[in-house]
Each structure stands twice: as structure tokens, then as C-alpha cells.
Design a protein around this ligand. Structure first.
Ligand code: NAP
Length: 476
């Protein structure tokens, strides 16, 4: 039976399944019910793994996998604005950013289709050693096995796409547990995959209590890889509990950016004002710490604050909105608490610092900060940036590197040597130059070091992570 827009069943073994237990999905902005989803538990998780195992007994050829992936990209395009609305409603993401997310998911599927067609091992030069003389050897890339995928609320479509599309490209069946706040986009994507011709069992989507489903994925030996995107503490705990599985972690950050005295300030101000607050700072690479070279700090701030104050804060389903709500009351209270704590420790509120209404927090800029404060040291995941100044580039790099995170960082400068020095010394998975560190294109190798993760996403990279190399030796 086809799923409907507001009432979504679970996908298990190619069937849309009811469990008799429904949960509401509510808009973070209005608190209106925007959907109902069937709720799964350990039983459905086990059924899903069994369905995935059955599916993988009949491998799909690469051309078929690629064909399905391309079709999904097309279907996303055909229903682009409708899907953007679903994202906006369930995540509270401003519509214009939700539209970008749908376009990016199309891109993710398109790149995964390319990878499916070119996935191949390599020849081993056997006569390069005495032992190999008279032998021919090559490697085959085999799918690692069933992937247990766990995704966060903040990119409910494209971060699910980054799990589903490369898994299929690599020939792996998936059991997906999307975030409880945002299951509708994931289930809609599952509907598109089935419409594109995905045979039963290759994708199973279950929504329900995180630890119950997580426990099954961790404990079941048939699940060979766990692909997790979410907060650092949850991610690393999962990895500790699954030492025999591949556990791919895409985690949080406290994103720094350095603005050198020789930078084009108009460009830096424009990019940072927007990228520090889009989706209310709820992106893993939302700019959080701005470091300004001392002698341009006043000039930068006199242009930056008015730009921040121009941002339209409000209803995410309105086309004009730049900054929507944070995801729930708990997030709002935590963020306000962190701001208050910082001000008690000496920080100054340069703009914002309070709740506008409901879960809307005014875009907030804090000065007089130091790395000991939570707003710098930890991931705020809210519309808050801190600003500090420095004397030399090496001082700035030290500050930028001064947290447990290492996902992405940025530098604005007109000097090539400064840019290259920063690129070499910033201990992050990615460094942007003259671009906000919030930038990501979906084909990039994207992921963190330190507490921010242990893998790289981007279809070409994920497909490799989800493949096992098997060497074949032929005596001739
Ligand atoms: P989260 O609370 O860690 O949740 C992420 C996912 O993990 C959700 O599906 C959640 O399920 C599930 N989960 C929670 N506890 C679990 C457990 N014990 N066992 C198994 N699964 C569990 O993170 P979030 O608030 O949704 O997302 C924000 C975080 O994600 C931020 O830290 C952000 O930086 C990070 N993030 C990283 C990237 C990246 O690519 N590096 C991208 C986006 C976001 P429920 O929803 O049911 O609780």
C-alpha cells in the first residue's frame, strides 16, 4: 500500500508496515502536527535486518544500482518544492534553505550513480617481487554487508541521502533509523527509492526509540557497518560498543574562522553574517567562532552587526525567512543557558542574546569571550557566534585548534602563503579559503578529525568505506 503524505508507515522488506503505534511529528515552529509515523521497536529492527539479509543474497548488478540512483535524482527533481516543504515543516528549516537541501540530495544521488558504475578494484603488479613471479593478481571490491544507518534531524533529506545512495552504489542493503523529529523526509525518500525500482529489502526504514533500535543494530552480527551522523558523545559510544563493525562517524564541531587583516572585508562580512545563522546555527559546520586580526576588528564588527540584525527571523515556511526556530524547547533552554553562563563569565552581548518568541532565538553575537566558555569550547548548535581578536596568524591558528573538534575551519585572506599556512596547520577535516567554513558540496570528502569523526562522506569516499577489498591470485 502506498504511504500518504501525512501518515507514514515503515518500510520493511518492501512492505509499508503499520505497528498499531503511531507517533506525532510536530513543527518546531508552530507545534502543529505535520505528520503521523508508525513506531517501531526491537522487533521491527530485527525484521528489517532479516529482510536486508535476504535482499543481499541476490546482488544487484552495478548498472541496475546506477539506474535506480539516477531515477531517484529525477524523482527528487520532479517533486522538489513539495519535498522542500516537508523538510521545512518537520525540521523548522527556512524554505529557501530546504530547497537547497533538495537540490543537494539530487546531486548526492547523481554522484552515487557515477560511483556505482565505476566501482572497481585494481591490478597488483605481481612480478614486482620474486614471490609473485608467474602470477597475476587483482582486487575485487565487495560490499561490506548490511549497513545500519542513523541520521540526525538537521538535514533530514540530504544526510539520509548521503547514507542511502552510496550504500546502494556499493551494493549494500540498509536499515535506516532517521531522527525521531524528522522521519517524514526519510520515509518520502524511501518511497522514491521504491518507485525508482529498488527491490524489496534493500532499504528498510524504521522510526522509534533510539537506544532500542540502536542496540539491535549494534548487537546483531549481520549488520557489518554502522553509519552514524549526529552528536559526538552518542557517536563515540556507539563505536566503543561495536568493535568488530565498521563504525563511520560524522559528528559535531565548534567551527572557527580566521579573518586576516588583508582579507576582503565586504566578502567576509557578507558570507559570515549569513552562514553563522542559517538554519538557526543548527548545522554541524555553522560558523561559531570568528577570530579577527586586531587592527581590522572594529571595522569588521561595524559592518557585521548591522548585517546580522538585517536577517529575517520568523516562520520557516515563509520564503523571506533567514533564521527559523531551534528544534525544541530543550535546545532553546540550553542555548539561552549557555549565553547566560558566558555573560556571567565576562562575555558581552553585541546583539541578540534572547528569545524573540517560542523557539526563535535572536541571532546572537558575543564578544569578550575565551576558549574556556562553553559557547566557544562546545558545539552551540544554535544562532550564536563568538568574536575574538588576535595578533598573528599563528595565534589565530592556536585558538582555532583549541577545542576537541576538527570538522571544518576557514580563513579569509588575500595572502596565498597565509592561506596555505592555515591549510597546513588547522587540524580539521576541511579548510575553506575565502569561503565560510559552512560550505559543503556533496562530492567533497567531508568529515572530521579529533572528536568530530573518523570517516569521509561524499559518495566516492563512502562507497570505498562500504566496500571490502578481496585479492584474487591466479597462477598461470
Ligand atoms: P543526536 O541527538 O546525536 O541524534 C542523531 C541520531 O542518533 C538520531 O537519529 C537519534 O535518534 C540517534 N540516537 C540518539 N541516541 C542514540 C543511541 N543511544 N543509539 C543509537 N542512536 C541514537 O544528534 P542530532 O541532535 O539529531 O543532530 C545534531 C548533531 O549532529 C550535532 O552534533 C551536529 O554537529 C551533528 N551533525 C554532524 C554532521 C556531520 O556530517 N559531521 C552533519 C549533521 C549533524 P532520535 O532522534 O530518535 O533521538
Amino acid at each position: 500500500m502506498a504511504a500518504t503524505a501525512t501518515e507514514r508507515k515503515l518500510l520493511i522488506g518492501g512492505e509499508w508496515v503499520e505497528t498499531g503505534d503511531w507517533r506525532e511529528v510536530r513543527s518546531p515552529y508552530s507545534n502543529d502536527v505535520v505528520g503521523h509515523v508508525a513506531t517501531a521497536g526491537a522487533k521491527e529492527a530485527k525484521l528489517s535486518i532479516a529482510a536486508a539479509e535476504r535482499a543481499m543474497r541476490a546482488p544487484l548488478p552495478a548498472h541496475k544500482r546506477a539506474e535506480i540512483l539516477v531515477k531517484v535524482a529525477g524523482l527528487l527533481g520532479r517533486r522538489h518544492d513539495e519535498i522542500a516543504r516537508v523538510i521545512s515543516e518537520e525540521a523548522g528549516k527556512p524554505l529557501k534553505q530546504a530547497k537547497v537541501e533538495v537540490s543537494r540530495a539530487m546531486s548526492t544521488y547523481t554522484f552515487a550513480a557515477v560511483e556505482a558504475r565505476k566501482l572497481a578494484g585494481e591490478m597488483v603488479p605481481m612480478d614486482a617481487s620474486q614471490a609473485g613471479e608467474g602470477k597475476l593478481a587483482f582486487t575485487l571490491l565487495q560490499p561490506v554487508g548490511i549497513v545500519g544507518a542513523i541520521s540526525p534531524f538537521n538535514f533530514p533529506l540530504n544526510l539520509v541521502a548521503h547514507k542511502l545512495a552510496p550504500s546502494l552504489a556499493a551494493g549494500c542493503a540498509v536499515v535506516l533509523k532517521p531522527a525521531s523529529q524528522t522521519p517524514l523526509s526519510a520515509l518520502l525518500l524511501a518511497e522514491l527509492e521504491t518507485e525508482a525500482g529498488l527491490p524489496p529489502g534493500w532499504l528498510n526504514v524504521i522510526v522509534g526509540p533510539a537506544s532500542e533500535i540502536g542496540d539491535v543494530l549494534v548487537e546483531d552480527d549481520r549488520v557489518k557497518a554502522i553509519s552514524f551522523t549526529g552528536s559526538s558523545d552518542v557517536g563515540w559510544r556507539l563505536r566503543e560498543r561495536a568493535p568488530r563493525k565498521k563504525v563511520l562517524l560524522e559528528l559535531g564541531n565548534s567551527t572557527p574562522v580566521i579573518v586576516q587583516g588583508d582579507a576582503d572585508l565586504d566578502v567576509a562580512v557578507e558570507k559570515l553574517a549569513v552562514n553563522s545563522f542559517s538554519f538557526a546555527g543548527q548545522s554541524c559546520i555553522s560558523t561559531q567562532r570568528i577570530y579577527l586580526q586586531k587592527w581590522i576588528a572594529d571595522d569588521f564588527m561595524s559592518r557585521f552587526i548591522p548585517k546580522v540584525e538585517e536577517l529575517v527571523v520568523g516562520d520557516p515556511t515563509e520564503e523571506a525567512t533567514d533564521v527559523g526556530p531551534v528544534v525544541d524547547d530543550g535546545a532553546r533552554e540550553r542555548i539561552i543557558e549557555w549565553i547566560d553562563e558566558a555573560t556571567k563569565e565576562g562575555a558581552t552581548i553585541l546583539t541578540g542574546g534572547s528569545v524573540l518568541e517560542g523557539r526563535l532565538i535572536r541571532p546572537t553575537v558575543l564578544g569578550n569571550v575565551d576558549l574556556g566558555m562553553k559557547v566557544c569550547r562546545e558545539e552551540v548548535f544554535g544562532p550564536v557566534v563568538t568574536v575574538d581578536s588576535y595578533e598573528t596568524l599563528d595565534d589565530a591558528i592556536l585558538l582555532a585548534n583549541g577545542t576537541r573538534y576538527g570538522l571544518q575551519a576557514g580563513i579569509f585572506t588575500d595572502s596565498l602563503p597565509s592561506a596555505l599556512r592555515a591549510a597546513q596547520r588547522l587540524r580539521f577535516g576541511g579548510v575553506t579559503v575565502n569561503e565560510a567554513p559552512t560550505f559543503r558540496a556533496d562530492q567533497m570528502p567531508y568529515g572530521g578529525v579529533k572528536d568530530s569523526g573518523n570517516t569521509r562522506e561524499g559518495p566516492a569516499y563512502t562507497v570505498r568505506e562500504l566496500s571490502e577489498e578481496r585479492v584474487v591470485v591466479v597462477d598461470f
